[in-house]
Design a protein around this ligand. Structure first.
Ligand code: NDP
Length: 327
């Protein structure tokens, strides 16, 4: 039998946590033959609720689940962690300035990064879901100087999946027939869902859709899908976010399919004019457990302007957290 992989989930008592934990425990995160040990981190006020979720996880009698523990201390929660899913974050509340939001999240992601630095396993992989995800990931990464920077990532896979779904509906092709869609930049309203290199059932998507549809319907629809879900469902998306987190880690560990890529926010090496060090979304492949940015894509003027706008927002966020002394 294999040694269990230790997976730590923060914000475990939240909506996304509830949708995520059962799928991890049933083998969807890493594979149907990989046992997992779950460590749930919550703020003290929510540890009781997390205990309740832990009891339900026990009651599922998942054959792959080697144990569940609940913590309110990041040092303990990240001890020996192999996969860290940072879901809990401070949401923006009414009247909150951006600086307050960044500061509150700095207080969460700084100590979590330090705890990962102190106690994580040498193969640790970190995915940040809690918003503002890219900048929270940057804060955590900057507090973990001994962990290779490329182990810190933020989630744009939900945006990627939303783009696939919109494109499949528009072109009337199954999602499985779509390839090479890209989300660039920040996981925010400035993100750029790019289909200029995409293929649908072997045909170039750019020949199948017009620019007006892209600019006026597709791009805003994908970028604002979160708000649309809140409007219709009466609560923010949770199961789809959890599913995307599963996809991100599964692809990272098990690799991308030949002839395709996906989207993930990873530390920039300066590719495509994205300043080095920013955690920005790119077209990526994964081989041998490592993300690689797809190189050499031609970037049209239409795309360039949109990538630049989202990257400018990431730079502003980085400058703001530097100004607050958070990194
Ligand atoms: P959710 O589980 O719904 O969301 C958690 C985070 O994921 C939020 O930051 C949310 O951002 C973000 N997110 C990213 N992508 C999406 C998406 N597509 N749709 C929805 N959310 C997305 O929040 P809950 O309030 O239900 O639960 C949060 C939990 O985290 C609480 O139990 C709280 O106690 C806990 N927490 C734990 C901490 C810790 O472990 N140290 C620290 C802080 C909180 P957005 O706000 O923009 O929707």
């Amino acid at each position: 039998t294999k040694t269990p992989v230790t997976v730590t989930v923060t914000g475990a008592a939240g909506q996304i946590g509830y949708a995520l934990l059962f799928r991890i425990a049933s083998g969807h995160l890493l594979g149907a033959d990989v046992p997992v040990r779950l460590r749930l981190l919550e703020i003290p006020a929510a540890t009781k609720a997390a205990q309740g979720t832990a009891m339900e996880l026990d009651d599922c009698a998942f054959p792959l689940l080697a144990g569940v523990d609940v913590f309110d201390d990041p040092k303990a929660a990240f001890d020996g962690v192999n996969v860290a899913l940072l879901v809990g974050a401070r949401p923006r509340t009414k009247g909150m300035e951006r600086g307050d939001l960044l500061e509150a999240n700095g207080g969460i992601f700084g100590p979590q990064g330090a705890a990962i630095n102190a106690g994580a396993a040498s193969d640790v992989r970190v995915l940040v879901v809690g918003n503002p995800a890219n900048t929270n990931a940057l804060i955590a990464q900057q507090h973990a100087p001994d962990v290779p920077a490329d182990r810190f990532t933020a989630m744009t896979r939900l945006d990627h999946n939303r783009a696939l779904a919109q494109l499949a509906a528009k072109l009337q092709v199954p999602v499985a027939e779509l390839r090479k869609v890209t989300i660039w930049g920040n996981h925010s309203a400035t993100q750029y869902p790019d289909v200029f290199h995409a293929e649908a059932a072997g045909r170039a998507v750019k020949d199948l859709v017009d620019q007006a549809w892209l600019a006026d319907e597709f791009i805003p629809r994908v970028a604002k899908r979160g708000a649309e879900i809140i409007e219709v469902r009466g609560a923010s998306s949770a199961a789809s976010a959890a599913s995307a987190a599963i996809d991100h880690v599964h692809t990272w560990v098990n690799g991308t399919a030949e002839g395709d890529w996906t989207s993930a926010a990873i530390v920039s090496d300066g590719s495509y004019g994205v300043p080095a060090g920013l955690i920005s979304s790119f077209p990526v492949t994964s081989t041998g457990g490592k993300w690689e940015i797809v190189q050499g894509l031609e970037i049209s003027e239409f795309s360039r302007a949109r990538i630049d706008a989202s990257v400018a927002e990431l730079q502003e966020e980085r400058t703001a957290v530097q100004g607050l002394g958070l990194i």
